[in-house]
Design a protein around this ligand. Structure first.
Ligand code: SF4
Length: 654
């Protein structure tokens, strides 16, 4: 394959496609290195459109870490919209990177980050457009190693046929080790070809190579066992955990999107992991333990990132940002530092109980007061005990009342529908909660224009959580409950008028459920859906439930399983789960005990503040909870206009 840029051939097509600017590259802080000056070349892909993929922190972090290596280059590619895909096929243009418009097939590694399973069909489009064989077994020494990461990689079995390898957990150190292995193998003259390289990666225990594992099934369709088929390959693959986040202050120079994107702000990850133990939350479970970035580390990243980008909003990211042990000092310190500069601060995820209004006031000190968002997740006290979301209605009402008293007019509440053991009554309680919010808001503010928006998503049981054994609720039941909820809200005109309700129908959740707890037999379903036109399944306008169901029926029937078997069926304690050989550190017995506690509506504490309850992660991973408070300050604080630490014209009225 030629390694020259395809831009000359691409450019004439761009006026014919939607949002052409997303394909041109050259963003502020993008890197383009000379091809021949390096030993190892990575192509990083977020398998969704540019506007969703560009802000992805995981990709940006790895992009920068790899490009900092003198003899390594990393470029990016995103899923191309169907309009461009059609033209690329017509004009024989391969999948290309946006940085240098090089063909993806020419790189050593194609690394994909999967946040959701709904990106799987886009993986197939990219492989096919790149001229890379869809099935890993058909690839030659000239093809890139196709490597998956991200949360969905904790069960990559449904896409096992299409992957050469997967990495579980944090990528910072893993990409450097994989790079080193490739560098050495190439320098040695590629001994043993592709197979030897994959064996070297697999024997480390930190890279999963699906083709080195055989899966056998029982007559009832369940997995009998998963065993390695090579001597050098371990039985279990462990997840990667980056400790000391302060040593990894990435991205240092965040990419500034050229085209419109979902987040146009600078994001700083203030801690990783969460030990609250919400039983539905895969991210919380698989990213344990908690590792906090220090207050000085955060301050430096914000300062350097703003200077490098010109963004005027900072998002303090994590799974539950208000839980950082020094969040009050961090927000106050940043609000002081950027006072009068128009720089907005936000905490994209907050919890009712950790949140307080002082914090909200600090965040909005620089003039922005967007709506407040809380996530009680479940409508009734009982269901919140089942899911271990320990928030009482009193807590919520007290918090929102304080917010309304401080001038907020609007709150948004997130819920899930279809949770294990849920009844209609649990969902109808959402209406009561929303009405109570409006009543409380009117009372404390003395105003009528109080609004509450409830946003409801369908629950999907995920691997490596206590709910991995649960039966998923079918879409009809979910839709029926949401209809009843809508009626209950509208039944009271005077309050219902001020309550907005947003929800998606339950069908995409069922497909997500099929893929997230699936095994290798789903590969043929995914391939069929893709061959029949499946693309961008995370997008309403492209998603077709009927296509997924008809392809699943056609492919699974002959194997003696069906969609219900994968989704609405409850699993037994001793069933071998498709991801049991992939070690997230969580002890399966602990997860099962927690599942039993859930069924009995028994709560579990957060191990950050109580003694360890042996979930298994810390001893397995050789890690420890890393939390403050350190008692240190975010210094220096120098007001803008008197020697601002931020050298950026955007803050000087420019
Ligand atoms: S091993 Fe103990 S301290 Fe570590 S995450 Fe699990 S419960 Fe918490």
């Amino acid at each position: 394959m030629r390694v020259e840029s395809v831009f000359d051939r691409l450019e004439p097509l761009l006026p014919r496609v939607s949002k052409p600017v997303q394909y041109v590259g050259g963003e502020l802080n993008a890197t383009a290195k000379a091809w021949d000056d390096v030993a190892v070349r990575w192509c990083l892909m977020y398998p969704d459109a540019y506007e969703v993929g560009l802000p992805n922190q995981g990709v940006q972090i790895l992009y920068e870490i790899l490009n900092e290596q003198p003899d390594v280059l990393a470029e990016r590619t995103y899923a191309v919209w169907p309009d461009l895909e059609e033209l690329m096929r017509e004009h024989d243009i391969p999948q290309f990177t946006v940085d240098s418009h090089r063909p993806v097939g020419a790189f050593d590694v194609l690394g994909l980050s999967f946040a959701t399973e709904l990106g799987y069909t886009n993986l197939l489009s990219a492989l096919d457009l790149a001229g890379i064989s869809l099935h890993a077994v058909d690839r030659t020494d000239d093809d890139p190693i196709v490597l998956a990461g991200g949360h969905a990689a904790f069960n990559p079995e449904p896409i096992a046929d299409f992957l050469d390898a997967a990495v579980l957990g944090d990528g910072e150190e893993a990409v450097l080790e994989i790079t080193e292995a490739i560098r050495r193998w190439k320098a040695e003259g590629q001994p043993g070809g592709r197979d030897e390289l994959l064996l070297r990666l697999a024997e480390s225990g930190g890279v999963y190579v699906p083709k080195f594992y055989d899966v056998s099934y029982r007559p009832d369709g369940a997995i009998d066992e998963v065993v390695p088929n090579r001597d050098r390959v371990p039985y279990r693959v462990f997840k990667r955990t980056t400790m000391e986040l302060d040593d990894w202050p990435y991205p240092k120079k965040p990419l500034v999107p050229l085209a419109e994107s979902v987040h146009e702000r600078m994001s700083v990850e203030i801690f990783r992991g969460c030990t609250r133990g919400c039983r539905f939350c895969q991210a919380g479970m698989i990213t344990r333990p908690v590792r906090e970035r220090s207050i000085e580390g955060i301050g430096e990243m914000v300062q350097r990132g703003l200077a490098a980008t010109g963004f005027d909003e900072v998002g303090l990211l994590s799974l539950s940002s208000a839980d950082h042990s020094e969040i009050a000092e961090i927000t106050k310190g940043l609000a002081d530092r950027y006072e009068g500069t128009n720089t907005g601060l936000s905490l994209p995820s907050t919890r009712v109980d950790a949140f307080n209004i002082d914090l909200a006031n600090e965040l909005s000190r620089n003039g922005r007061r967007s709506g407040l968002t809380f996530a009680p997740e479940g409508g009734s006290e009982r269901i919140r005990r089942v899911i271990n979301k320990m928030v009482s209605e009193e807590d919520l009402i007290r918090t929102v009342s304080a917010a309304f008293a401080n001038g907020w007019r609007q709150v948004k509440l997130y819920f899930m529908c279809g949770l294990p053991t849920e009844t209609d009554e649990d969902v109808l309680q959402i209406a009561e909660m929303a009405k109570e919010v409006i009543r409380a808001g009117r009372e404390v503010s003395g105003r009528k224009d109080i609004r509450c928006t409830i946003s409801i998503g369908g629950f999907v049981p995920k691997p490596h959580t206590p709910f991995q054994w649960a039966g998923q609720t079918d879409p009809d039941t979910i839709d029926d409950r949401l209809r009843k909820l809508r009626q209950a809200i509208n039944a009271d005109r005077s309050l219902g008028r001020n309550i907005g309700m947003r929800y998606h129908d339950g069908k995409p959740s069922l497909v997500e459920g099929l893929l997230s707890r699936g095994d290798r037999r789903l590969g043929r379903v995914i391939e069929r859906v893709w061959r029949e036109g499946g693309r961008f399944d995370g997008w309403n306008e492209h998603f077709s439930f009927e296509r997924w169901m008809s392809c699943a029926t056609a492919e699974l029937e002959q194997l003696g399983v069906d969609v219900d078997w994968y989704t609405t069926r409850e699993r037994g304690e001793h069933e071998v789960l498709p991801w049991d050989h992939l070690d997230s550190g969580l002890d399966k017995e602990w997860l099962w005990a927690d599942w039993q506690d859930a069924l009995d509506a028994r709560e579990q504490d957060d191990c950050r503040w109580t003694p360890c309850f042996d979930c298994g992660v810390c001893p397995t991973m050789g890690t420890d909870i890393e939390v403050g408070p350190t008692g240190r300050k975010l210094l220096p604080i120098s007001p803008v206009g008197q020697g601002s630490p931020v050298r950026n014209p955007a803050f000087n009225g420019g």
